[in-house]
Design a protein. Structure first.
Length: 319
């Protein structure tokens, strides 16, 4: 595919993404954040406890929280034990209250065991989900894996990374097994962007919001280029990290360049072919048209023309 066409493809995709970011959170994103707000942020110790008892857990909550979300714990399910803080109310003098009254306050008195349940252990209303990339990547799923492998990056399937869908760790990408083909393509493109942009680079690491905006925007461009429907998955993901149109604009050159490198390997290049005139239509040479210079043999004119065109297109892209 011609370099200019790749550039136009990236610009169009990034323009759509910028408009989506400017529009704000989608309804799916708002519903998702509302539901996730009901889940507690567990301490590192409790995360280890949850993982050791149920490695496949993705979303855990207490019995009553699940009821509030329209779900109920299945009969016979065993709870996951965690440590819950015990807060006791104490009374301390405060200048903000009237004399003779006390100001209620809480202090940590210790911890007790409590039980939570994973979403897999419940039935009921479906939890709100992010918008996802849909469609059929066709042969491009395997092609993208080949592009990743050609860069010396290993791709593995690892269920232990849940709830993450993908992880990049410098020379190694891990994917959640069982993803729909379109979603797996988008996640792999996202992690490949991390590998190309955020590993092995000198200097201080970029802020997380910038890293995630760059990676997801690259995935958006590449997914769009192979015909996948990205819906509002990319803009919602970027917004989750507090990214916005300004964050995107600050990385446009990097996103375009990285997207182009991936697409150049992923999509077939379209080269203009010379138009051959049948011999019967060629004009009859006149005496004055005798060759006074040596004829150029072989494919040199075609190669020279192609190199010049490539050079011009690349220069335009670099700008």
């Amino acid at each position: 595919m011609a370099d200019e066409k790749l550039r136009k493809m990236a610009e169009d995709a990034l323009g759509r993404l910028s408009a989506e970011l400017e529009a704000g959170h989608s309804d799916a994103m708002k519903n998702y954040l509302s539901a996730m707000g009901r889940f507690h942020r567990y301490s590192w110790g409790n995360v280890l406890l949850i993982a050791s008892q149920k490695p496949s857990a993705t979303h855990v909550a207490g019995f009553h929280t699940w009821r509030q979300l329209g779900r109920s714990v299945k009969k016979g399910e065993k709870g996951i034990m965690i440590f819950a803080p015990m807060l006791v109310k104490e009374r301390e003098p405060s200048s903000a209250v009237q004399p003779g009254k006390a100001d209620p306050a809480f202090r940590l008195a210790g911890f007790r065991s409590a039980y939570v349940f994973d979403v897999q252990q419940t039935d009921g209303h479906a939890l709100p989900q992010f918008a996802t990339t849909t469609g059929d990547p066709k042969e491009f799923g395997e092609k993208l894996k080949s592009v990743v492998a050609s860069r010396g990056i290993a791709v593995e399937y690892d269920p232990s990374i849940a709830p993450a869908l993908g992880m990049s760790s410098g020379g190694r990408i891990r994917l959640q097994p069982g993803l729909p083909p379109a979603e797996e393509f988008s996640v792999l493109a996202h992690e490949l962007a991390h590998e190309m942009l955020h590993h092995g680079k000198g200097g201080s690491p970029l802020p997380k919001v910038v890293r995630e905006t760059q990676a997801e925007a690259v995935a958006f461009v590449v997914s769009s280029a192979v015909g996948l429907e990205t819906n509002k998955a990319a803009s919602d993901y970027i917004a989750l990290y507090n990214g916005d149109k300004k964050t995107l604009a600050g990385s446009l050159a990097t996103i375009q360049e990285t997207s182009a490198k991936i697409l150049e390997d992923l999509l077939p290049r379209e080269r203009p072919r010379p138009t051959l005139t049948p011999a019967s239509q060629l004009p009859t040479p006149q005496p004055s048209e005798t060759h006074t210079e040596p004829a150029i043999s072989g494919s040199e004119p075609l190669d020279a023309s192609r190199s010049a065109a490539d050079s011009q297109a690349q220069s335009a892209w670099d700008r």
